[in-house]
Write a protein that binds this ligand. Sequence first.
Ligand SMILES: [Zn+2]
Length: 169
Amino acid sequence: MTPEQRSRNMAAIKGKDTKPEIIVRKYLFSKGLRYRVNNRKLPGSPDIVLREYKTVVFIDGCFWHGHKDCKYFRLPKSNVDFWRQKITMNTARDYANNVDLKLAGWRVIRIWECEIKTKAKREETLSRLFAMITGIPSDIISLPDESNEPVAAEPFIPYGIVTPHHSKR
Ligand SMILES: [Zn+2]
């Protein structure tokens, strides 16, 4: 295998450029943040690396990363032990990567895929993510329903009439 083929295979296995990641990237980009993607030099190859903020972001698939009590995480009916072990190992590796990254001075933010799957949750999650990265609270903005569309520019909302986040729950 050539290095190109290998990296293409790895990308396919890792789920590089999966939709949820693109949604998050487009949003952050539209908010003026610049980043690198899939940095293999850092533990766990973070999906998004924001050097300026010394922050890395992972968008974790609920199945592969074992999202507890999540409807998207159900062990297959056959080979249960195999899958359980596999996902336990993934979870352990995520934890080890978190530790390594933190020791290297990075802030680690992990988002579950299910947190950006539905439109309502997505807006809240992305706003929260932006605030976590920058320390600047971000108003909830409306994103287009079709996530392939470029993220719309943030509408002008006069300060003070924004619906508080908690009222959306
Ligand atoms: Zn989930």
